[in-house]
Design a protein around this ligand. Structure first.
Ligand SMILES: C[S@@+](CC[C@H](N)C(=O)[O-])C[C@H]1O[C@@H](n2cnc3c(N)ncnc32)[C@H](O)[C@@H]1O
Length: 277
């Protein structure tokens, strides 16, 4: 699929199921590209195929189990666990948790776990992290392309599937890890918009496309339309601590390249309010 005309990147899926990030070309035709709606337009959602298929469901559960085993025994996973347990990241996580013992996880934009391996690897990582760390609470998932069968499998894995398309506008009233692998810039921007305040941003952990890379691409390819849809990504950069994910081997490149943990630490509301959009 293609990102909104206004987003920084246009993501294309190659035949082997990997998303590649393609920078927008000048004069690219915009009219067929989907856009992400504003908060007011959040809508109830149901999968287009209402029926679940028991054979497809059990095959997909099996595929997910194989995928989770593969990740669990990988040096990619061991490296990621070691990274999470470094003093720098532990410090950031404790700050987000504050006095709470758990942070919930919200997964946006996982993609089709039935059709492609990168979404399966991404979901496997999220579920394994929840099993490993007692401080990770319930997992909620949303992607408008999920089928009824995929929703059933997500539930079998202990996740709940949202029935509303929030367009990324979830406010972090409690500590929340947003797991948004390879989403469009506009979805990250919507999330930042909904949480544009010191307290809210301090309760957010974001796993997603590297904001540093967005900034580098934008300074390289000056384009006001792109800057417009990534404006909060760019504005929050000075208050962001970012830790890159090490994909370790080619097996995990497709699912996790250019991904980072992000923590946000503005101190004063005035620092945010002085930013003009
Ligand atoms: C570039 S794809 C990435 C898919 C997958 N994570 C991967 O890396 O292969 C972006 C995904 O975001 C989903 N998406 C679009 N709008 C969304 C929304 N409002 N909430 C959640 N996901 C959304 C799309 O359906 C698509 O599956």
């Amino acid at each position: 699929m293609a990102a909104s005309a206004k987003t920084l990147t246009v993501a294309n899926r190659s035949l082997n199921g990997d998303w590649t990030v393609v920078l927008p070309r000048r004069g690219r035709h915009k009219k067929h590209l989907p856009t992400i709606r504003s908060q007011e337009q959040q809508q109830p959602w149901v999968p287009t195929d209402v029926e679940t298929d028991p054979i497809r469901t059990s095959k997909l559960i099996q595929k997910m189990q194989i995928c989770m085993k593969k990740i669990e025994s990988s040096s990619f996973y061991r490296t990621l666990l070691d990274q999470i347990q470094t003093p720098e990241i532990l410090h950031c996580l404790h700050r987000v948790l504050g006095s709470e013992s758990k942070m919930q996880m919200v997964i946006y934009g996982i993609g089709s776990i039935e059709s492609y391996e990168p979404p399966r690897l991404q979901l496997s990582l999220a579920v394994l992290m929840k099993r490993k760390f007692s401080w990770i609470g319930d997992i909620e998932v949303f992607d408008p392309i999920l089928s009824a069968t995929e929703s059933r499998v997500l539930e079998a894995l202990g996740c709940s599937v949202l029935s509303v398309n929030e367009q990324g506008h979830r406010r972090a009233i409690k500590p929340t890890m947003f797991f948004m692998p390879h989403c469009e810039a506009e979805l990250y921007d919507n999330l930042l918009h909904a949480n544009w305040g010191v307290e809210l941003l301090n309760r957010v952990v974001l796993f997603g496309n590297s904001f540093k890379t967005y900034e580098q691409h934008i300074s390289e390819f000056k384009n006001s339309a792109i800057v417009g849809s990534a404006k909060r990504i760019l504005s929050i950069r000075p208050f962001t601590r970012e830790f890159r994910i090490n994909t370790v081997s080619d097996d995990y490149f497709g699912a996790f390249h250019d991904s980072s943990w992000h923590f946000f630490g503005p101190v004063l509301e005035t620092e945010l309010r002085s930013i003009k959009f």
